[in-house]
Design a binder for this molecule. Structure first.
Ligand code: AMP
Length: 283
């Protein structure tokens, strides 16, 4: 596995692979790698010839300085995980290479209206502008044929798909299913910050999702159920919504298309998100 941190070396590696006729798959991450990331590497290995993984804790998508500071960083372990998962090139760019102006704002950024403003965007203003801007840079440097993102961050996936459509990036976005622990907790780099008791509280997320996954009811009843299960578990709920999976607009009770539950809340001061499919009444 090749390891690079210089942006120009990374660009020329990707150019070189493409000129040899290999398809390039990109998996952007913030590191502290776990089985959720590994599932993206495996998906990339299956449908792209060369897998590039990036590890960059992007400060522009953090709203809270303390959250950024506390974000887990495990570079030595990450190297082992990437190597064992078939990553061909692991890229860990420096902050100054990615954002030379930081902490001053970068003059050119990507801004998402509507999709970027609700849910995670409402609780963390500027979050998706930071995500979209860094992903646009990763695309510009790498020129991937495909890029792989987890459904764990469902709104992020929708935002990236929207950006790719609106700005005509020549990249196929591949969404990969959520990987969960045996107890149902969605894997997340932030889970290591939870105490054993906090982890029990956090199980409220998957419990809430299970409670609406197969119960065909109106969207407003499902919303109430989600919130009640989360609150009962002890989660400080940020939102519990049932939405159209493409537009993320709140579902109406009589809507018969697909629905997705989007959840976010705080456990021991740590913000957690989860989501899942929801059964639809009247189909
Ligand atoms: P992160 O390092 O948290 O920014 O995540 C990098 C990528 O891994 C994103 O596309 C996430 O959606 C994805 N990811 C994180 N956790 C999971 C999970 N439990 N299952 C599937 N994908 C995940």
């Amino acid at each position: 596995m090749l390891e690079l941190n210089d942006v120009e070396a990374w660009r020329s590696y990707a150019n070189d692979q493409r000129s040899k006729g290999y398809s390039v798959g990109l998996v952007p991450t913030m590191g502290a790698l776990h089985e959720g990331h590994v599932s993206l590497f495996r998906a990339a290995k299956e449908s792209s010839d060369v897998v590039l993984a990036t590890i960059f804790v992007n400060p522009r998508q953090f709203h809270d300085a303390r959250d950024l500071e506390r974000y887990p960083r495990t570079p030595a372990e990450d190297r082992g995980v990437a190597l064992a998962s078939g990553v061909d090139c692991l890229i860990s760019p420096t902050l100054s290479a990615m954002w030379p102006d930081y902490p001053a704002p970068t003059p050119t950024t990507v801004t998402l209206s509507v999709l970027g403003e609700a849910f995670e965007g409402a609780g963390r203003p500027g979050h998706f502008d930071g995500v979209a801007s860094v992903v646009a840079k990763l695309f510009a440097i790498t020129g991937p044929g495909r890029a792989y993102f987890g459904e764990k961050d469902f709104q992020q996936l929708a935002v990236i798909r929207q950006m790719v459509r609106d700005l005509s990036f020549d990249v196929e976005i591949v969404g990969c299913p959520i990987v969960r622990d045996l107890d149902g907790l969605a894997l997340s780099s932030r889970n290591v910050q939870l105490s054993p008791e906090g982890r029990d509280v956090a199980l409220g997320f998957s419990r809430a999702l299970r409670s609406v996954a197969t119960e065909a009811r109106g969207a407003s009843v499902q919303r109430d159920t989600l919130r009640a299960v989360l609150e009962e578990a002890g989660v400080d709920v940020a939102y519990a919504e049932v939405v159209n999976p493409s537009t993320l607009a709140p579902s109406r009770d009589d809507e018969t298309g697909g629905r997705r539950a989007l959840l976010a809340g705080y456990v021991e001061g740590i913000r957690l998100v989860d989501n899942g499919p929801v059964d639809v009444a009247g189909r």
